[in-house]
Design a protein around this ligand. Structure first.
Ligand code: PGA
Length: 244
């Protein structure tokens, strides 16, 4: 059985000292220095992250990628080609914070996906419904509409990671029930089977994952977790990575 994928999303947190200290700890700990552990650090620190992790098993993710390809006059942007140069293996696309706070729409997300695939970076495509959509009962339609973007990608996926992150669970401490998680995971898997050309699909759950609930979540038939707040605390994240 493949180990479950554990992705840390540090968001806009940390500084050089914390990042160096935490990563050195993870590299020297057999629970965290593993191929199934992925860390999405703020882009500005990726060279330091790459330096520390380059001889470890831990993989590097980027929290974002430019919608523009390769290089050019795009002030402030970081291309997939540049991320590749920094040892990045995965990149988040469509996180609800970017969809809602930065107003990233389908056409932007589609360009990002194309750029990642052209550079052999595995997309971690995030989907999730806000609370009012969940309460309206139309959440599956909403999530399928988000998934439909993937059908427009012009090349097949070698490996696609989809993270189901209900917006009402992110940073709130509110965890969906097992049934609520699995209802969506099953719909996602069926969608991928029916509509996408994809050699490997990994389905993650994200939203208020912590050392307290990780055992229960990883017992469900899904492929791993995306961890926000709890991944900033070394003891928490180490415990999360220790669950088989
Ligand atoms: P959280 O965030 O674990 O702090 O809820 C998850 C995420 O936004 O990826």
């Amino acid at each position: 059985m493949t180990a479950k994928l554990i992705v840390a999303n540090w968001k806009m947190n940390g500084n050089i000292k914390k990042i160096e200290d935490d990563l050195k700890f993870y590299v020297n700990n057999k629970m965290t220095n593993r191929v199934n552990v992925v860390i999405a650090a703020p882009s500005v620190y990726l060279p330091i992250v790459n330096q520390i992790l380059k001889n470890s098993y831990i993989k590097i993710a980027s929290q974002d990628v430019s919608r523009f390809a390769n290089k050019g006059a795009y002030t402030g942007e970081i291309s997939a080609t540049m991320l590749c140069d920094l040892g990045v293996k995965y990149a988040l696309v469509g996180h609800s914070e970017r969809r809602f706070l930065i107003a990233e729409d389908g056409s932007i997300l589609l360009s990002k996906l194309e750029n990642l695939l052209n550079n052999d970076i595995i997309p971690i495509f995030c989907i999730g419904e806000p609370k009012q959509i969940r309460d309206s009962g139309n959440y599956l339609e909403f999530l399928i509409t988000q998934m439909e973007l993937l059908v427009q990608v012009s090349r097949p996926f070698t490996h696609l990671v989809v993270a189901y992150e209900p917006v009402w669970s992110i940073g709130t401490g509110i965890l969906p029930s097992d049934e609520q998680i699995m209802e969506v995971v099953n719909v996602l898997q069926a969608f991928v089977q029916s509509y996408l050309v994809c050699d490997k699909i990994t389905v993650l759950y994200g939203g208020s994952v912590s050392s307290k609930n990780i055992e229960n979540i990883l017992r469900l038939p899904l492929d791993g977790v995306l961890v926000g707040g709890a991944s900033l605390i070394v003891e928490e994240f180490t415990t999360i990575c220790s669950i088989e």
